[in-house]
Design a protein. Structure first.
Length: 614
């Protein structure tokens, strides 16, 4: 691992804003040729005259020094071609000056052999690689084939002793192994300070006076940041979930850094898009974050299809917190503790949705607020992993309470055909229907179909109505629907303060689940990091995540057991200070009201309007 490492996911632009306080390496008794160049191009010798002579031999370096003064870059380090295929290790930096003095730059240039025995072509490839270009893009700039570039990259990794492109890029930035002029022109690596300087020196107007920001950007005087990588579905069918996750984590990041970070060190985030509907999409996103050498990973409602999806993270070893509600995932962790001991599920599992439904309708019927017209129940669910809520425990609980499970209908995860389910509801007219569909658009489509020709059935959903998108899609059909989540934003002072800060930051209210859990994940990590003091001590950070309970906006996270997931209250723990409440909401005139359990309720049940329909 290189000391100045900080890299992006593959394909992103790297940036580095390094002061570079150390000159190029020289022997202990050797004077580094140095000179001062002002904005007009005037040269002033600093030591024995060799600096001026070097600039006379390489007058383009004067142009680059003037370009440094003309753009918003403090310093650059790079390699410059010298005669006989040698190199100059060049270090340029702004000269501190008194008020009113002419701006000037110090230029130090020391002849060196090819670093790490890299060939000139390999240095070309390394420079473009550090700029974030892919192999085909590098090939296009160099007039080579992608296969040839791939061979160069393999040799570069071997010579540098690095296992990944991102690690090689970090080392190149740290040691000043990037060359000028930039092969193909500076614009292709605008994310790097040398690209901006190159563009300015060539007389081409740069797109921006400041290098593009990326977590690779690092001023050497700044403390090393903590880096969290996050895989969120920012495009595709789950993009509304992704927005909630990104905003929640972004708010946590802002809050943590406003408090001074972690012992004065800031926390930064690399976000990659993950398509949860694509085969191996999660594994691909996790691999990108591992390549970026982050200190920990957070993901949302995304899951690997099998254990192979976690192989890269398992080998890397950093903690991973996800917000799936998957019993299967927790069983993997329990059974493969040696391999997956650093993987944590922030929320409880979905197995409690069915029994929670029975518990709620029992209490509602006992209260007299809802006299059920019969004892028939109907369940609708998907075949996606984590979508099976009608478990044997659910059937047993229903039968003990005198309910009859009329039927169980399975629909597609996306583009569901609701015809069969709606027809069965019309035929049996159950007292209540539990729709365990986690996609907001699909749940909204069901409700629009149901309310077009309703029965006197209580409609009870799971999770999907927590996403703000749901209310927009369902419209008036959502009014009166009851729904539950095993991890949701409380309506107490902590939850209300979070919602207020979220509105101030983003101009909209957060949903009632993922925004909160994403916010809590980062704060949970920050607490563990602060106690350990070293984000690269992966085992110690994971041990801290198991050791302590964290009270967040979605309740309490206690992960110190063999499944390493959140505990459901009251299903798995009778102590609400150790778990997350199984919250039951009702949508009332566009507002989300918590009905159950006490003491978290902030509303009472209202009879849905469709009960009055003939």
């Amino acid at each position: 691992m290189s000391r100045g490492r900080r890299t992006a996911a593959p394909g992103a632009a790297y940036a580095c804003h390094v002061v570079g306080s150390q000159p190029p390496p020289a022997a202990a008794d050797e004077v580094v040729p140095s000179a001062v160049v002002d904005a007009s191009g005037a040269v002033e010798e600093l030591n024995d005259g060799r600096g001026r002579r070097l600039l006379e031999i390489h007058p383009r370096l004067v142009d680059y020094a003037r370009a440094l003064l003309a753009c918003d870059v403090n310093a650059v380090r790079f390699l410059w071609p010298d005669r006989r295929d040698g190199w100059l290790a060049v270090h340029m930096r702004h000269l501190p000056r008194a008020v009113g003095a002419v701006p000037a730059a110090v230029v130090e240039a020391l002849p060196v052999a090819a670093p790490h025995q890299l060939t000139p072509r390999e240095l070309d490839v390394l420079t473009l690689l550090a700029g974030g270009l892919s192999n085909p893009e590098i090939a296009a700039h160099l007039g080579a084939s992608p296969r040839t570039v791939s061979t160069h990259v393999e040799r570069i990794l071997g010579k540098l002793g690095r296992a990944s492109r991102t690690a090689a890029a970090s080392l190149a930035i740290e040691e000043g192994l990037l060359r000028l002029p930039v092969p193909g022109g500076g614009r292709c690596v605008e994310g790097l300070p040398i690209g901006l300087v190159d563009e300015t020196a060539e007389g081409r107007r740069p797109r921006s006076r400041r290098p593009a920001y990326h977590p690779a950007a690092r001023v050497r005087s700044r403390p090393r940041p903590y880096l969290v990588g996050s895989a969120f579905p920012l495009t595709g069918p789950a993009r509304a979930d992704g927005t909630e996750l990104r905003n929640g984590s972004g708010l946590a990041l802002a809050d943590i850094n406003a408090r001074g970070g972690i012992a004065g060190r800031p926390v930064e985030q690399v976000v990659v898009d993950v398509d949860i509907s694509a085969p191996a999409g999660v594994a691909r996103a996790l691999r990108g974050l591992v390549d970026a050498e982050v200190d920990a990973i957070t993901t949302g409602y995304a899951f690997a299809e099998d254990l192979a999806g976690y192989e890269d993270v398992a080998a890397y070893g950093c903690p991973l917190l996800h917000s799936m509600t998957s019993e299967l995932q927790t069983q993997w962790v329990r059974d493969e503790r040696q391999r997956l001991g650093q993987i944590f599920q922030a929320g409880p599992t979905e197995i409690h949705y069915g029994t929670g439904f029975i518990r709620f309708i029992d209490a509602l019927a006992a209260s007299g607020d809802w006299p059920p017209p019969n004892r028939r129940l109907l369940f609708v669910e998907t075949d996606v992993a984590g979508g099976h809520t009608t478990r044997p425990e659910t059937i047993d609980a229903a039968e003990r309470s005198g309910w009859t499970v009329e039927s169980l209908i399975t629909v597609e995860t996306y583009d569901a055909d609701w015809g069969a389910a709606l027809a069965q509801i019309q035929r049996s007219e159950p007292a209540a229907v539990m729709v365990a569909h986690f996609v907001p658009a699909e749940m909204a489509a069901f409700l629009r179909g149901f309310t077009a020709s309703p029965t006197r059935s209580l409609v009870y959903g799971v999770y999907a109505p927590s996403v703000p998108e749901f209310l927009n899609l369902a419209g008036p059909a959502a009014d009166g629907v009851v729904w539950a989540t095993v991890t949701g934003v409380y309506g107490d002072r902590i939850g209300a303060a979070f919602a207020q800060r979220y509105r101030e930051a983003y101009g909209v209210s957060p949903g009632r689940s993922l925004a909160g859990i994403s916010y809590d994940q980062l704060n949970l990590l920050a607490s563990a990091w602060a106690r350990v003091g070293n984000p690269r001590a992966f085992r110690d950070v994971s041990a801290e995540l198991r050791r302590t309970a964290h009270r967040g906006v979605n309740g309490t996270y206690f992960l110190g057991h063999d499944r390493q997931c959140g505990l459901a209250y009251p299903d798995e723990t009778p102590d609400p200070s150790l778990g997350q409440a199984h919250l039951v909401f009702q949508i009332q005139a566009g507002e989300q009201r918590i009905l159950h359990p006490l003491p978290y309720a902030d509303g009472t049940f209202r009879t849905p309007s469709w009960f009055a329909e003939p």
